[in-house]
Design a binder for this molecule. Sequence first.
Ligand code: HPA
Ligand code: ZN
Length: 334
Amino acid sequence: MTPNIETLPKVELHIHIEGSLEPELMFALAERNGIQLPYASVEEVRQAYQFSNLQSFLDIYYAGACVLLTAQDFYDMTWAYLLRCQADQVRHTEIFFDPQTHTDRGVPFATVIEGISQALRDGETQLGISSRLILCFLRHLSAEAAMQTLEQALPYRDHLIAVGLDSSETGHPPEKFQAVFDRARAEGFLTVAHAGEEGPPEYIRQALDLLQVKRIDHGVQCIHDPALVDRLVAEQIPLTVCPLSNVKLCVFDRLEQHNLKQLLGRGVCVTVNSDDPAYFGGYIGENFRATQQALNLDQEAIYQLSVNAINAAFLDSAAKHKLQQDLEAWRHTH
Ligand code: HPA
Ligand code: ZN
């Protein structure tokens, strides 16, 4: 029997909010803000979403973010994502944002975080979706710029659970940001990092040892280092895997070749997430559906992926217990 993905209560741990900006909203915000986009239509935007690697995506992704200027813009983008969460039975979501993409264009840090945070509060009260916010540093920029961004964030520390690391991985190892992450942990932030998406297993080791991360974002390249896989299993370090993203960015040629099932079978704490759903062709539900089909995952595997996400969430045990109860109800009615 095929597991019922539609009704599965979900937890998302790897979503860049700027990557949820659909072309329709991009056009609407461009018009509202008097910005000229380099595309004639929504269809033309979608046609441009053919990527050969991470960098080819990032170039288009940063260009798309230029339509975001006001707190209302950040609110509208975040609210649209939360409505998609509601449709996908997402109960809890942990969201990345890239402040430097905006502050480097002259948009104040306060504008960005206030717009996103207001939508997250409304998501909790109006939709019953709990959330956490994670500030990501752009690793292609300097460690000094990351440190300045961290300092800008300190007045908003109550809005933030963790800091992370994203953007161009190759040539920008975690060690570049060791001092920033030391400071972030000293200030009370948890830490995560993108590592082993395109980059080598060594970057995953650095993220664990030097940045002391609680989760690895992507991490699929660990497969080339069996001792590292053993360590991920022993320490139950969660991997926030994004299957459709990995195919779109040519990390795997086809979803059928993805190593998620193999890692899950080895006992790695693997989770399923959407990354940049507006760009990669699917929100978390579609990631679950497509992966279930491509890898022929059974009910037990879908259940385990969901247990992993609950365990990996930055929530207290009472909140995790509630999510677990929801999941058990799903398991027993299907
Ligand atoms: N990798 C690195 N940086 C990113 C990604 C990603 O998949 N999505 C948005 N920023
Ligand atoms: Zn990502």
